[in-house]
Design a protein around this ligand. Structure first.
Ligand code: DQA
Length: 146
């Protein structure tokens, strides 16, 4: 019952980065909330962030062996990365894509997501709460399978 939570580029600056768009919570705050909820839901989580595409791909490969489900905010790689889509297509469990901001309300280049071609669900525009909703959903889906 492991859920891997992955975060893409620039999310290490969450809280400092364009707070009018992404809010004032830091990624450490998001991780702490996810850990608290995971405890309630009876799942374990691994929480990672990287600015490097290959690290995210490697964590998806690792999740193939270890995790029942994935929550991923691929950040800007959402809109550019066929490689992350290909990696996600090798993962068999549920995948929920999260965006803190409502990408559909923003520049048109944010309207297309490669990752959505694989994601079982997408949450956008609900702030950092989106991670918790996604985690709940993944926990439920992997619980149903077990
Ligand atoms: C984001 C939206 C992306 O378009 C952007 O590149 C990000 C963050 C979000 O969480 O709203 O870095 O994924």
């Amino acid at each position: 019952r492991l859920v891997t939570v992955l975060n893409g580029p620039n999310l290490n600056l969450l809280g400092k980065r364009q707070p009018h768009i992404y809010g004032s919570e830091t990624l450490a705050d998001v991780e702490a909330s996810c850990r608290a909820l995971a405890g309630e839901l009876g799942v374990e989580i691994r929480f990672h962030q990287s600015n490097r595409e290959y690290e995210i791909i490697d964590w998806i490969h690792e999740a193939r062996e270890t995790a029942g489900g994935l929550v991923i905010n691929p950040a800007a790689f959402t809109h550019t990365s066929v490689a992350i889509l290909d990696a996600l297509n090798t993962f068999e469990g549920p995948v929920i894509e999260v965006h803190i901001s409502n990408v559909h309300k923003r520049e048109s280049f944010r309207h297309h997501s490669y990752v959505s071609l694989r994601a079982d669900g997408v949450i956008a525009g609900l702030g950092t709460q989106g991670y918790l909703l996604a985690l709940r959903q993944v926990a439920q889906l992997i619980g149903e399978k077990a």
